[in-house]
Design a protein around this ligand. Structure first.
Ligand code: PLP
Length: 424
């Protein structure tokens, strides 16, 4: 039974290189985070060996007494965290959670309303070549051109006109709170299910720093690895009366054996998410995003034709608007990459540039807040980003900014106990 470095030096070397990349750069992809060592330990455990088709107490395999304890802990904790009546912790990912929730409540050909991908929606909310766009009749809603907020009047008009069976509320690139009560009212007007996909903002909800969709929605889906800071995976929360349908849509409807090692890691993450330390971290996440938005709306940045969509943020990310800048999204992403800051380019609503290039950047603060960043450090990062995007990025300036990035990274060592190894 060899160690990874001995058995497979190639994979080992790439994993170690990735550890060093994470340690030495500033991770600002809004959907990413750093899972705590305890989550990693649970996920890297012997639970990976176990088949457990079914649910706690009702399995199709023997030897499930310990994984039953673990899965029940995960269920109980996530229900308590969000105030949900029922929970399914088996979806392998956020996309799987959405697929199962839709599979449970819809038939192929049914109509759904979802936020247009180009306006901040997710692939699973009805993109043409995603399963959601292929199986369901999708009517996209949009943000208003005037203030780039979701246009609830359009949602109501489209709902009355198309009588959808489900309205999907949620986003991958949007910086405002959604009005869940208004979505509920519109869903009730036409007898539609309301599914809220809180993948991005679930950590903020858990901390009480964002409105909770659970009281308003029939079903709430989430990932566990974004603001929530756990292992990669998905969860479905629902009203008690839908639990049976949802459970059978996940297994056997969509999946086979659950990933009990990931479910154990989810249970650990839910325990962490109920702590005061987690709440404080989410507060720093929000404060950091506000600091960043403020800096990117300052005069020197505006003069370079760069601004912030919706004029600020209420969540963990900032959407940079490059429509009036000579830099496109790809060039801006490359500039930040060059100085050690990782972000992703993103189409903005009404984007004149093609999606592969795009006119936006999505910059998030969750991973750096997990690393320990507070307002002082976020001010410094914000200034580094503003400088990189507005000045001529000569080799000399790039070197200077890269040094400032490395100083920040060194101030908050990531996974210090790992010491280049892989053992948690
Ligand atoms: N839902 C939303 C709103 C997302 O932003 C994402 C991920 O980007 C997902 C679902 C899908 O999650 P996963 O990548 O785990 O399938």
């Amino acid at each position: 039974d060899l160690e990874l470095s001995a058995l497979d030096p190639d994979v080992h070397a790439a994993v170690v290189a990735e550890l060093h990349r994470q340690q030495s750069t500033l991770e600002m992809i809004a959907s990413e985070n750093f899972a705590p060592s305890a989550v990693m330990a649970a996920q890297g455990s012997v639970l990976t060996n176990k088949y457990a088709e079914g649910y706690p107490g009702r399995r199709y395999y023997g030897g499930c007494e310990h994984v039953d304890v673990i899965e029940q802990l995960a269920i109980d904790r996530v229900k308590a965290l969000f105030g949900a009546e029922a929970a399914n912790v088996q979806p392998h990912s956020g996309a799987q959670a959405n697929a199962a929730a839709m599979f449970a409540l819809l038939n192929p050909g049914d109509t759904i309303l979802g936020l247009d991908l180009a306006h901040g929606g997710h692939l699973t909310h009805g993109m043409r070549i995603n399963y959601s766009g292929k199986l369901y009749d999708v009517v996209p809603y949009h943000v208003r051109e005037s203030d780039l907020h979701v246009d609830m009047e359009e949602v109501e008009r489209l709902a009355r006109e198309h009588r959808p069976k489900m309205i999907v509320a949620g986003w991958s690139a949007y910086s405002r709170h959604l009005d869940f009560a208004e979505f509920r009212r519109i869903a009730d007007l036409v007898g539609a299910y309301l599914l809220v996909d809180m993948a991005h903002f679930a950590g903020l909800v858990a901390a009480g720093l964002h409105p909770n969709p659970v009281p308003f929605a029939d079903v709430v889906t989430t990932t566990t690895h974004k603001t929530l800071g756990g292992p990669r995976g998905g969860v479905i929360l629902s009203k008690a009366e839908l639990a049976k349908k949802i459970n059978s849509a996940v297994f056997p409807g969509q999946q086979g054996g659950p990933l009990e090692h990931v479910i154990a890691a989810k249970a650990v993450a839910f325990k962490v998410a109920a702590t005061e330390e987690f709440r404080e971290r989410q507060q720093r996440t929000l404060d950091g995003a506000r600091v960043l938005a403020g800096r990117l709306m300052a005069d020197d940045v505006q003069e370079a034709g760069i601004s912030v969509l919706t004029g600020g943020t209420q969540v963990h990310l900032v959407l940079v608007d490059l429509r009036n800048s000579s830099l496109d999204g790809q060039q801006a992403e490359d500039r930040l990459d060059r100085i050690g800051i990782t972000v992703n380019r993103n189409a903005v609503p009404f984007d004149p540039r093609p999606p592969m290039v795009s006119s936006g950047l999505r910059i998030g603060t969750p991973a750096l807040a997990t690393r320990g960043f507070g307002t002082t450090e976020f001010r410094e990062v914000a200034d580094i980003i503003a400088t990189a995007l507005t000045r001529d990025l000569t080799d000399e300036l790039a070197g200077e900014l890269r040094d400032r990035v490395e100083t920040l990274a060194a101030k908050f060592p990531l996974y210090p106990r790992l010491n280049g190894g892989l053992s948690w």
